[in-house]
Ligand binder design. Structure first.
Ligand code: ADP
Length: 293
């Protein structure tokens, strides 16, 4: 079993030709509501990749909350520990322009209520093979989750997004850090040189995977002298939203099954490559049979 401690958001996406400037109104051509939040995305990815997954987090008492619960359940995620708190569900207000560039406002809503863990949350984390963490819940809960995992020998896999400096207690309780290129640059101050960034991060965590979009990923470990590159399969990307979350979810499943790191990274790369060929985040995530094929 894999436990995810993280966010659930409804993405409210407006598609326009040119994004409005301050004070300006523009007419767009399409609106979609898409289930999201890094926590929920990683939970769906791991469940579809074949693991038993429990999600800890919170939705609000609105329609978005009901839809997010249904989406998670529909992918087989155990939501017994997903709280419903009075007030709105987290939302991400996204404007996507003709070039695919976006600007985003996130309102944490119910996610902000998860400041600490219950006894039941701690028990489910302690019994898991791994704990998946991101930074869209209050830091106090993320830290508490990481420390419970660490005390119980549960592998912690941290996606350091949104990019921000990390408290040293969190790094000390992280087994595997999975930043994208931008997050790795924020954490290290090194941009344009993933190899050097990965080596710098090894001073803080024992293992690092930096994802590099269409260029694949780079794995570095204190146990080996040189970082190893794993290429992404060449595919035509339609929508890369959630690529990183698909990658992490599948990676966690492969590692929980005891597969060696490079095999696990190759399998996770196949999962992410499948997801970028289809529109949407959670809705585009592949099932185990597709990844194996
Ligand atoms: P994020 O979505 O967090 O920004 P990346 O863009 O680095 O993360 O993508 C995560 C992983 O998804 C990559 O390491 C790669 O395996 C896969 N991926 C992303 N974009 C593509 C692409 N255009 N073609 C193939 N694989 C991709």
């Amino acid at each position: 079993r894999i436990t995810v401690l993280g966010s659930t958001n409804m993405d409210l996406v407006a598609y326009v030709t040119t994004a409005p400037r301050s004070g300006e109104t523009v007419t767009g051509h399409e609106f979609r509501t898409i289930p999201g939040g890094k926590g929920a995305n990683q939970a769906v990815a791991a469940a579809r990749a074949g693991a038993e997954v429990a999600m800890i987090g919170a939705v609000g008492t609105d329609d978005f909350g009901r839809r997010l619960r249904a989406t998670l359940e529909g992918s087989g995620v155990d939501i017994d520990l997903l709280r419903t708190t009075e007030g709105p569900t987290g939302t991400a207000h996204i404007v996507v322009d003709r070039d695919g560039a976006n600007s985003i406002v996130v309102i944490p809503g119910a996610n902000g209520s998860v400041t600490s863990l219950s006894h039941a949350d701690r028990a489910v984390i302690a019994e898991a093979r791994s704990l998946l963490l991101q930074l869209e819940l209050p830091m106090s809960a993320v830290l508490e989750g990481a420390e419970v995992a660490r005390r119980n020998g549960v592998r912690t896999i941290l996606t350091p997004a949104p990019a921000q400096p990390l408290p040293s207690q969190l790094l000390a309780a992280t087994d595997l850090l999975v930043p994208n290129e931008h997050e790795a640059a924020t954490l290290t101050g090194i941009s344009g040189d993933p190899q050097r960034a990965a080596e710098a991060l090894l001073a803080q965590v024992p293992e690092v995977v930096i994802t590099l979009g269409a260029r694949g990923c780079l794995y570095a470990s204190r146990a080996q002298s040189e970082p190893v590159a794993v290429l992404a399969p060449p595919v035509t990307a339609v929508d890369t939203t959630g690529a990183g979350d698909t990658f992490v979810g599948a990676l966690a499943v492969a590692l929980a099954e005891g597969r060696p790191m490079i095999d696990a990274l190759t399998w996770a790369s196949s999962a992410a490559a499948l997801s970028v060929q289809r529109a949407g985040a959670a809705t585009s995530m592949p099932y185990r049979g597709e990844i194996d094929a």
